[in-house]
Design a protein around this ligand. Structure first.
Ligand code: UDP
Length: 236
């Protein structure tokens, strides 16, 4: 078994990652594949927090003619649906998991309490942070940066559709070049689409490395944790 380079990680899964080829909703086969990879991490002794997005169901910006705050709350609700799906997949293979929500829904999940989240992590439970930051006008990337700082994660594993950060859109341009490493400030100055700028700034200010990699192969999660050179590492 590989040895882990990191002790505590924050895995950010976009909603898109859970939708698979369908592009919408939840593909349970994909959720189970991801859960299986998370299980390996846990068995390696890595403490794992997860932030899930909601874009496979709803994003605030989908509600063009809506009140922005309401549309954003709908997005936060969407992340809760994904969180429960992932929890179900994890528990189905015997991984103890707690969902903590930034908006209280006590009958469904625990409210977010940092100290409690830390305790779960120390006990080897996976903690899924749902409902974003609980505030409109933010994203789940920012949630990942915030919660990673709070739980003192060693790294954010940012699972994307693309296998790293490129100088331009690799789906549109054949000559797009992938970066192996980047500084936070380069991401901000070049306007690279890694995370939104709020999230990137938060990582920069708190010195949290971000490893961007493709989830086209779920086993990439294990490769990333083993310290293999995959994707793009964003750091100081
Ligand atoms: N959202 C929010 N505040 C947060 C996190 C998320 O308002 O702290 C809303 C926002 O509308 C966002 C949606 O939830 O579009 C889903 O999150 P996101 O777009 O980050 O999901 P992803 O792109 O990762 O699937």
């Amino acid at each position: 078994m590989e040895t882990a380079k990191y002790k505590r990680v924050m895995l950010k899964l976009s909603g898109e990652a859970l939708a698979g080829e369908k592009g919408y909703g939840i593909d349970f086969a994909i959720a189970q594949e991801i859960a299986a990879q998370i299980k390996v991490l846990v068995e390696m002794g890595v403490e794992c927090g997860v932030v899930v997005g909601g874009g496979n169901i709803w994003r605030g910006r989908n509600g063009e003619d809506m009140d922005r705050t309401t549309a954003d709350y709908m997005g936060m609700m969407a992340t809760c649906i994904n969180a429960l799906a992932l929890q179900d997949s994890l528990e189905g293979i015997g991984v103890q998991t707690r969902v903590q929500t930034a908006i209280e829904m006590k009958e469904v999940a625990e409210p977010y309490i940092r100290r409690r989240a830390m305790r779960h992590l120390e006990k080897g439970r996976v903690v899924i942070f749902a409902a974003g930051t609980g505030n409109p006008y933010f994203s789940t990337d920012t949630t990942a940066a915030l919660r990673a700082a709070e739980i003192e994660a060693d790294v954010i594993l940012l699972a994307k559709k693309v296998d790293g950060v490129y100088d331009k859109d690799p789906y549109k341009y054949e000559d797009a070049v992938k970066f192996d490493e980047l500084k936070y400030i380069e991401v901000l100055e070049k306007g690279l689409q890694v995370m939104d700028s709020t999230a990137t700034s938060l990582c920069m200010d708190n010195n949290i490395p971000i490893l961007v990699f493709g989830l086209d192969k779920p086993e990439n999660i294990i490769r990333a944790i083993g310290g293999e050179k995959i994707g793009t590492l964003v750091k100081k």
